[in-house]
Design a protein around this ligand. Structure first.
Ligand code: GLN
Length: 492
């Protein structure tokens, strides 16, 4: 029999409904895996008592033949989501000890669907980063290692804890958020599936804000169908978030496995960076061949402003962050360092509470919004953002979806880029575009590189065309037949 932690979410769901297994035993197996994997540092808070109580409640509902879409399914929750009475810190010292008295809409939707919470996962501080090395609780280690090497690799970021929990089989799925790639990039680095939906599909209410016009919640799971099931439960209109779309949520899982025959798939020639390994180019070509074999027509397209996406993102995201993070002043949340008078207290609190990367973003954001530079930077970036969106609109008059690599590299070594912010930011070259344009994107694990590390392919679809995106992604998933998994070196 397959170990309970090796089941897909869909298979676990079927077994729970058939009463082959109980939610309690499924949860206990995952809690044991979580406890045995502390060396990965994927979780910031474990909530075993809550998990068992939720699992027992699920079993009671299942016994009566009731239960929601995710009844009894154990999940991990990124620490950016506020969870009632459970510490929610965005992995920042400034929020140490903060236990919200409310639940984020997305997590509430998951609990309403019957899911079980295993705990909170680590992330880059305030979701700023691509390696999960800026978390106040220390870095997360990727369960994957290069063949023949014991050196630690980063799991990607900012949702590195969530991706690690799913890849290491500590949870059947996890919530994550994506402002510039933080779902898709860690998914690519850990051999998992990550989905950023259309901006507005998931409510942002109760998610600690980074850059509000870009932030979107989404799932990380081990299969496209599992991610689709989770997203169906997470999404939906929420009057508490004015940017949440007033639309019914489709059954995304039903779109998985549907034919992509006759669909036009665009290949944007600009999705290349200097020094991109040949293996990524060749995986891209393989992905194109898979799509063709599944009956799609391949069309080369141009997104000429792609090269401006990263600089645009690194003006808009810090600008919004500097404004969103102004609320952390030591008065209402987390830590306070008493300084010389009120201003001194603000200064000392923020100096002690925010890590160096968060401080850098606040400084950049404040600068680009300042009176003398607003037009030159922020306003210009807003105009370029619009033009990037126009590029996509133009491309989507010719094609139904786009296929690109998810990242320009595989997972890199811990410490390799932490002193070089620009090298770190380059990770987001292929993912930030979808955030700037508000489009849905998915990363699926497609192959291993020469070092035995997973590489991801990305599908980007027009706004609200998630069902088509899931159809294309599941066709690629089927062709890739990716079944590699990391050796379990961390247990004990
Ligand atoms: N790596 C990007 C950044 O540092 C994206 C982060 C994210 O998507 N939350 O801003």
């Amino acid at each position: 029999m397959t170990a309970l932690t090796d089941l897909t979410l869909a298979a676990a769901k079927a077994k729970l409904t058939a009463k082959d297994i109980s939610a309690k035993e499924l949860t206990q197996a995952h809690l044991a895996a979580v406890a045995g994997a502390r060396s990965l540092n994927a979780f910031t808070t474990e909530t075993p008592d809550k998990a068992l109580a939720m699992a027992e409640a699920s079993d009671a509902r299942l016994a009566k033949g009731e239960g929601g879409l995710l009844e009894g399914v154990p999940l991990a929750i990124k620490d950016l989501f506020c969870t009632r009475d459970v510490e929610s810190t965005a992995c920042s010292n400034i929020l140490k000890g903060f236990k919200p008295r409310y639940e984020s809409t997305v997590t509430q939707n998951l609990w309403d669907a019957g899911a079980v919470m295993l705990g909170k996962t680590s992330m880059d501080e305030f979701a700023m980063g691509s390696s999960n090395e800026t978390a106040c609780g220390g870095p997360v280690t990727n369960p994957w290692r290069r063949q023949g090497s014991n050196s630690a690799l980063v799991p990607g970021g900012s949702s590195g804890g969530s991706a690690t929990a799913v890849a290491a089989r500590l949870a059947l799925g996890a919530t994550a958020t994506d402002t510039g790639g933080s779902i898709r990039q860690p998914a690519a680095f850990t051999g998992t599936v990550g989905v950023k939906p259309t901006y507005g599909r998931c409510s942002r209410w109760g998610i600690v804000a980074f850059a509000s016009s870009l932030d979107q919640a989404g799932p990380i799971a081990r299969t496209v169908e599992d991610a689709a099931l989770m997203l169906t439960a997470m999404a939906g209109h929420d009057p508490k978030d004015s940017t949440s779309l007033p639309l019914a949520t489709p059954d995304f899982a039903a779109a998985c496995g549907t034919s992509i025959k006759g669909l036009k798939i665009g290949v944007p020639r600009e999705y290349r960076v200097d020094g991109m390994p040949d293996e990524i180019e060749s995986l891209w070509r393989t992905g194109i061949a898979w799509a063709k074999d599944a009956g799609a027509e391949i069309v080369e397209v141009s997104l000429p402003l792609t090269k401006y996406a990263l600089p645009t993102y690194y003006i808009i995201a810090p600008a919004e962050a500097s404004s969103n993070l102004a609320r952390y002043d030591g008065m209402r949340f987390g830590v306070r360092v008493d300084g010389d008078g009120l201003t001194g207290t603000y200064e000392d609190t923020r100096a002690a509470g925010f890590g160096p990367e968060v401080q850098r973003r606040i400084l950049i954001g404040t600068y680009v919004l300042s009176a003398g530079y607003y037009d030159a930077y922020y306003l210009k970036a807003q105009k370029v953002r619009r033009k990037i969106r126009d590029d996509f609109d133009q491309a989507f008059t010719q094609v139904d979806a786009l296929l690109t690599p998810t990242t320009p590299t595989a997972a890199f070594a811990a410490g390799e880029k932490s002193d070089d912010p620009l090298a770190m930011y380059l990770n987001d070259s292929f993912t930030v575009t979808a955030n700037l344009a508000g489009l849905p994107g998915i990363s699926i694990p497609a192959a291993l590189d020469g070092d035995g590390l997973p590489l991801g392919l990305q599908v980007i679809a027009p706004a609200l065309a998630e069902e088509r995106m899931f159809a294309v992604a599941s066709a690629l998933e089927k062709a890739a037949a990716f079944d590699a998994r990391p050796d379990v070196w961390w247990a004990g």
